[in-house]
Design a protein around this ligand. Structure first.
Ligand code: NDP
Length: 448
């Protein structure tokens, strides 16, 4: 590794030794920036790497709320405002018991490059809480969201920071958060959150966007080998927002999705999860808030609490649950079973050794910051529509999303070629996202 890059990486580990997922995300980016750092000495001269790894601001706060028995509970809330060089901070909120500062730094750092790739004027941010919405009543979730916003409202705004959903934060949570923001500030109709309900400013296609976008990106990769989705067998993990709409798009394009999962286990349906079965899953997960095991009981297919869908033979794998969910052994199994493309619906779902295995085997591999950028892109389109006080139709938003995903693919592909490793989408996406942010930071002076 280049000595400048190494010193920046060592500095990160020394300053925050207890943030392993952030180290992992930073290393993945820093390593691949080497050809750009060598080609353009200005990035070292202006200390761009030292600045870009450091969040502009970290906000941590107490979130007290009362549970259904009237007892006071306390959670921790966070917002990490990572980089505003190209626009207001933008990125989701995650509610999950594992949330901590290191995890949100990994996600905010990734988000900075992802947002740059979309071509829209959005900086990078991320936030959330160690609150677990699972098993809570609607009233408990509402009280938590209201308390969370009682603090967050003072740090966000359409020209400051615009959060959205992520794991554990879906339409229900965004609705409560937006409702609380309106009550606290008496500001209405400003785009301070995206992923809003359709009736109060949400964009059509935003719920679908991350899953659809991931499949659009895989389609673009397949095109480079004169192939397409039709007739392909697809394994998907997760059964939340991203997994559901990735399943829908695969099916629309003539592929067959044969697996889904949640944090308790996974199902294998060799006949495919068709439109009717997917509607059943959406009701199970979004309305009844049940477990994927119930799918196996209802449709009489295999369920396992151990292992993962990656042991099943498939042409395309779309990990869409969480970080580090595909290890080296699972990557090897996928390759041995003939996988041709992997598209990360989730953020950093493949461990670094798994990525190496895919790349060595010449599997088309799309890192999350490129493949799952459709969600934040459509959030950007939601911001644009809110500013215009106008709505685009479903078809219009979907066409723009499709075009953005094709553009991101083109940037990643062409950049990989320009920097000497054609088809290496990790290198292409990292350098492609980095250049715009770094050049903006230089142009705006040492404070940015
Ligand atoms: P959801 O909360 O809707 O769904 C998450 C799914 O992943 C659930 O099935 C959940 O199971 C499973 N899951 C969560 N944590 C774990 C874990 N530790 N082990 C195994 N399974 C787990 O979230 P999304 O679908 O929105 O997000 C999924 C991924 O996509 C995340 O990495 C997110 O950062 C990324 N992403 C999401 C975007 C969006 O627009 N929503 C945009 C870009 C990326 P269970 O219900 O049991 O917890």
């Amino acid at each position: 590794m280049d000595s400048y890059i190494e010193s920046v990486y060592e500095g990160i580990k020394e300053k925050d030794p207890d943030q392993p997922v952030f180290h992992q995300a930073a290393l993945e980016v820093l390593e691949t920036l080497e050809p750009a750092i060598k080609k353009f000495p200005k990035y070292k001269e202006f200390a761009i790497l030292e600045r870009i790894v450091e969040p502009e601001r970290i906000i941590q706060f107490r979130v007290p709320w009362t549970n259904k028995d009237g007892k006071i509970q306390v959670n921790r809330g966070f917002r990490i405002q990572y980089n505003s060089a190209i626009g207001p901070y933008k990125g989701g909120l995650r509610f999950h018991p594992t949330v901590n500062q290191g995890m949100l730094k990994f996600l905010g750092f990734e988000q900075t490059f992802k947002n740059s790739l979309t071509g829209l004027p959005m900086g990078g941010g991320k936030g959330g809480s160690d609150f677990n919405p699972k098993g809570k009543t609607d009233n408990e979730v509402e009280r938590f969201c209201t308390s969370f916003m009682m603090e967050l409202y003072r740090h966000i705004g359409q020209f400051i920071d615009v959060p959205a959903g992520d794991i554990g934060v879906g339409a229900r949570e965004v609705g409560y958060l937006y409702g609380a923001y309106g009550k606290i500030t008496n500001l209405h109709g400003t785009c301070v959150l995206t992923g809003k309900g359709r009736t109060f400013g949400g964009s059509l296609i935003r719920p679908e966007a991350t899953g659809y976008g991931t499949v659009y990106f895989v389609q673009e990769m397949l095109k480079t080998r004169k192939d397409d989705m039709k007739g392909k067998t697809v394994c998907i993990s997760g059964s939340g927002n991203v997994a559901q709409y990735a399943t829908e798009k695969c099916t629309q394009l003539g592929a067959k999705v044969i697996s889904l999962s949640d944090s308790s286990g996974w199902i294998h349906d060799p006949d495919g999860i068709d439109t009717k079965k997917l509607a059943w899953v959406m009701d199970l997960k979004n309305v009844r808030r049940g477990r994927i095991k119930e799918y196996a009981e209802h449709f009489k297919v295999d369920y396992s609490a151990k292992g993962s869908p990656w042991s099943v033979k498939c042409d395309i794998s779309l990990p869409s649950a969480t970080q580090n969910e595909v290890d080296a052994k699972e990557a090897k199994a996928l390759v041995d079973n003939g996988v041709i493309a992997v598209g990360e619906g989730a953020n950093m779902p493949c461990v670094p050794e798994a990525v190496e295995i895919f790349q060595e085997a010449k599997v088309l591999y799309a890192p999350g910051k490129a493949a799952n950028a459709g969600g934040v892109s459509t959030s950007g389109l939601e911001m644009a529509q809110n500013s215009m006080r106008f709505f685009w139709t479903r078809e219009e938003v979907d066409a723009k999303l499709h075009q953005i995903m094709a553009n991101i693919h083109q940037i990643a592909y062409e950049t990989s070629e320009k920097f000497g490793d054609k088809g290496n989408y990790v290198l292409g996406a990292n350098i492609g996202g980095f250049l715009k942010v770094a050049d903006s930071m230089i142009a705006m002076g040492y404070l940015s």
